[in-house]
Design a protein around this ligand. Structure first.
Ligand code: ZN
Length: 424
């Protein structure tokens, strides 16, 4: 099967028929769908057989896969590609970060290439200080990218207030005379989008965000205007009712995390077309690993209550029509790259998001909002041939994506079984 899927110099075009195909752009499932692709792009998708001209005169498909579902490769909506996510030990996490830039880069490049082989074909990053994401962004978009190189969309260093949360993945606004020149500097360095850190993180022992927001509404509005002037979207890390309020009123494009969000704020997000990445996984990881992390009693109860409330807010967001996207915060403590995204999808499913919606949003939804129109995340003509084939119907449950699947990536075909996960 793999050799009938892979592109070769002798046969530069493949024509397959899949039992069902996820047309994420049109939010529908095609039965017995034809899919034709070269190494560079998809040339045909449809329920009808392609014309002879499209398939270079081939009379029959190269492969019929009636028991398989074809779907676009997954896009991770929020990751920190420079961090090893699975590691739980704080000292080892700190030591990891002390490695030099080149070592951090090399490990991240290996990570990205493993992710592509697992079917995670692109990721939007939340920032790093060592130009790791920027270098990967440039390489992954270049003609001489190595095989199995997932696209990375990077903001460079996130932007935080000096002395406040964010220094391990960002640099302070105060390095620049004003907000406009700070954003200009990020764009000059090659940023694909602008990432700001308007709030701190949750204090688990107190079960709340206790520090006051880092940026005012007016400052966030300035970030938005500056990002917009350069054609970049504004990604904002915010949790806590007040900080979330500032981010929404500041007009950010995507709200990351958003713990303690209110129903009224969700309605405002819908009205202002702000997308939400609820990132359940990093908090769930704290509960799953409570013993190792040293959480018990009141703190553990706080974590569970925060997750319950967040799941309820996700249901409210979906009922209101908020654009809920899929990102796991992979790289953060206990959230491995790759499996973290699958875990986020499972948690969204458990929170009440429909399985089909999760699949649409983790592919075309993330493509549309997060990738600057890069042609990845959809099975449509002109998009890159990066897709999954599986006998384990993902429309029954997203958990099926963790089982055996074949990944087609720019002409190469491989089963996920037997791929070493390395330092994801
Ligand atoms: Zn993050």
């Amino acid at each position: 099967m793999l050799s009938s899927l892979a592109i070769t110099d002798a046969d530069p075009l493949r024509w397959i028929v899949a039992g069902q195909l996820l047309d994420a752009k049109n939010r529908r499932v095609l039965q017995n769908a034809h899919l034709v692709y070269t190494r560079e792009r998809i040339v045909y998708v449809g329920a009808e057989a392609p014309s002879a001209a499209v398939v270079n005169g081939k009379k029959t498909p190269d492969l019929a896969l009636p028991d398989y579902t074809a779907m676009p490769g997954l896009i991770e909506g929020h990751s920190h590609v420079f961090l090893e996510g699975a590691e739980l030990d704080i000292e080892r996490r700190t030591a990891y970060l002390k490695q030099d830039s080149q070592t951090l880069y090399q490990r991240a490049e290996n990570r990205v290439r493993t992710l592509a082989r697992l079917g995670i074909i692109a990721m939007r990053d939340g920032g790093d200080n060592e130009r790791v994401g920027l270098r990967l962004s440039r390489l992954s978009a270049s003609k001489n990218r190595p095989p199995y190189m997932a696209n990375v969309f990077s903001p460079g260093a996130a932007i935080h207030r000096r002395g406040r949360y964010g220094s391990f993945f960002g640099k302070p606004l105060e390095d620049h005379p004003d907000i406009e020149s700070c954003v200009q500097a990020r764009v000059s360095e090659g940023a694909d989008h602008i990432k700001i850190v308007p709030t701190g993180i949750i204090n688990f022992a107190k079960g709340a965000v206790v520090a006051k927001p880092q940026f005012s509404v007016e400052e966030i509005q300035q970030f938005k205007r500056a990002a917009c002037a350069h054609g970049k979207h504004l990604m904002a890390h915010a949790s806590g009712e007040l900080g979330v309020d500032y981010a929404i009123d500041g007009g950010v494009d995507t709200l990351e995390h958003g713990f303690f969000i209110t129903d009224g704020q969700l309605a405002k997000m819908r009205d202002r077309a702000i997308s939400w990445l609820p990132t359940l996984t990093p908090v769930q990881a704290q509960v799953d690993n409570a013993e190792v992390m040293g959480w018990e009693g009141q703190t553990l109860d706080n974590l569970k209550r925060i997750l319950e409330n967040h799941a309820r807010s996700i249901q409210e967001a979906l009922a209101l029509g908020v654009n809920v996207l899929v990102g796991s915060d992979a790289g953060s403590c206990g959230v491995a790259h790759g499996t973290g995204l699958l875990r986020e999808m499972e948690l969204l499913e458990a929170a009440g998001m429909s399985t089909a919606d999760i699949l649409y949003q983790a592919t075309y939804g993330n493509h549309r909002a997060l990738t600057n129109q890069h042609p990845v995340g959809s099975l449509e003509e002109t998009f890159k041939p990066r897709f999954l084939l599986t006998k384990n119907n993902p429309l029954e449950t997203v958990k099926n994506l963790a089982l055996e699947r074949v990944v087609l990536f720019d002409g190469a075909a491989e089963s996920n079984a037997g791929i070493g996960l390395g330092d994801l």
